[in-house]
Write a protein that binds this ligand. Structure first.
Ligand SMILES: Cc1cc2nc3c(=O)[nH]c(=O)nc-3n(C[C@H](O)[C@H](O)[C@H](O)COP(=O)(O)OP(=O)(O)OC[C@H]3O[C@@H](n4cnc5c(N)ncnc54)[C@H](O)[C@@H]3O)c2cc1C
Length: 436
């Protein structure tokens, strides 16, 4: 059985269920929450999916929509990849410019040698599709328009969750999943402290139509000293342009962020031509976005997606990790939830898995968020990637989060990069005088 109950404040539908207990309660119907709800339910579990927006079509505004290839297996398992393609989502790859030149959009390969890709799809398109997919999954009860209000510990160590909407409800489950985003009210209520670290950059983002790209139709990224710029082609012919730099330049953006975004963008080599572009909506200015992360579990609560880790958007990893952490949680917890045995050991395994998979990525991203340019190892690897397709493919496999830092920075990979840097000629697109 699947059901959707709306609490939109005007005409709350009556809840006809008599049973308020589920196997799993998921707080938050964003990417992470919908993924977890659908995958748990596909395994035969009864799931309550709680979302404080009443509108099925609500979507996250603050995103540049680049889903890394690491998440594609999860999208396929959800049955979402086909829906994304039907909705016009674009298979992605990225060409990256540093002063060493363009790396080329050289796709990483899977085990059978096939190129792998993620997707670019606007959140206004993606979020409603995924939420509907989750809501239509037998076993999912979707509670739209309900917010988490309080937690109540039960005698058997499971949590009851008090929800506020037009009516007050209390539901319970053996596992409560926090998929409620960066500020995670669930983590707050459960007393999970967040760790944080500074991000020295701010960002400006705007969407356009009819952008002329000079490097083909792939996504493009520029890294020049403290500055980063991006072009992301999406569904519906919409191209998102983003620019990030250090906060000492913020004053230049306060008056007219759009003008400042376009002026700075135009200074990059092979910058897109915006002369015929239609400007869509307003430019968004993200003035301060510190890195935030939390321990993965407490009691019978597990955190996934941004509730678990929300770090520098510069590398575009949040959506991919939202899908992946949801899948890791499901795969680790399902056996014990189905057998109705205590889940403490499974939650511990989930926490260990998360640490193993994410800590290295987080360490490097946090380190870059403090710096104003590339370090020695980054110079080595970007320089090699601009001169050698194999080094480029290796760099892209890491950027797409298909390999972790230890493989990316293996002695063999670093030796290859050193050999390339010493022996291969500079790329024609290099600008040796540009900041690095
Ligand atoms: C400027 C910017 C650009 C970005 N660009 C990219 C990019 O290009 N690629 C990428 O991979 N990532 C990007 N990200 C990160 C990405 O947007 C997030 O990592 C991703 O959306 C996280 O998904 P989530 O489901 O964990 O959380 P969210 O999308 O935040 O979903 C949380 C859900 O929980 C609901 N909720 C919250 N509180 C409650 C409550 N009390 N009760 C009930 N429901 C609740 C919310 O309404 C929401 O629906 C970007 C982020 C920023 C800031």
């Amino acid at each position: 059985m699947n059901s959707t109950m709306h609490c939109d404040g005007d005409a709350p539908k009556q809840d006809t269920r008599t049973n308020d207990s589920f196997d799993v309660i998921v707080i938050g119907a964003g990417l992470a929450g919908c993924t977890a709800a659908r995958l748990f339910a596909l395994q035969g579990l009864r799931v309550a999916l709680v979302e404080h927006h009443a509108d099925m079509a609500s979507f996250k505004q603050l995103c540049t929509h680049f889903i890394q290839a690491s998440a594609t297996p999860t999208l396929r398992r959800l049955g979402l990849d086909k829906l994304i393609e039907d909705a016009g989502g674009v298979r992605n790859g990225v060409d990256i410019w540093t002063r060493y030149g363009w790396t080329g959009d050289i796709a990483p390969l899977d085990a059978s040698g096939q190129p792998v890709f993620g997707y670019n799809i606007q959140r206004r398109t993606l979020d409603p599709i995924l939420r509907q997919l989750a809501a239509d999954t037998p076993g999912v009860t979707t509670l739209l328009g309900y917010s988490l209000r309080a937690l109540a510990r039960r005698v058997n160590a499971s949590w009851g969750v008090e929800l506020a909407g037009a009516t007050r409800r209390v539901i319970s489950a053996q596992l409560i999943v926090g998929a409620d985003g960066r500020n995670s009210p669930l983590a707050e209520l459960a007393g999970v402290k967040s760790a944080s670290s500074d991000n020295c950059r701010f960002g400006a983002i705007r969407a356009y139509r009819n952008v002329s790209l000079r490097r083909g139709t792939c996504s493009q990224m520029w890294l020049r000293g403290p500055e980063t710029a991006y072009v992301f082609p999406n569904d519906g012919g919409v191209t998102v342009i983003a620019y990030m730099t250090t906060k000492d330049k913020l004053d230049d953006f306060r008056g007219d962020p759009s003008e400042a975004l376009e002026r700075n963008m135009a200074t990059f080599p092979d910058a897109p031509d915006l002369s015929d572009a239609e400007r869509l909506g307003n430019a968004l200015l993200v003035k301060d976005y510190p890195n935030v992360w939390r321990q993965p579990t407490v009691g019978n609560i597990a955190l996934i997606g941004d509730a678990l880790m929300s770090i520098d958007p510069l590398w575009g990893v949040g959506c991919g990790f939202a899908f992946q952490t949801a899948e890791w949680l499901v795969d680790t917890l399902v056996p014990d939830l189905k057998r109705h045995v205590p889940i403490a050991a499974a939650l511990h395994r989930y926490a260990r898995h998360v640490s193993r998979e994410l800590n290295g990525h987080r360490f490097l991203i946090l380190d870059f968020a403090r710096r104003h340019g590339l370090n020695a190892v980054e110079k080595l690897t970007f320089c090699a990637a601009a001169r050698d397709p194999a080094a480029s493919r290796h760099l892209h496999a890491f950027g797409a989060r298909l390999i972790g830092p230890s493989r990316f920075l293996s002695p063999r990979a670093l030796l290859h990069a050193t050999w390339v840097d010493l022996l291969r000629p500079a790329a024609r697109t290099a600008q040796p005088d540009a900041p690095v």
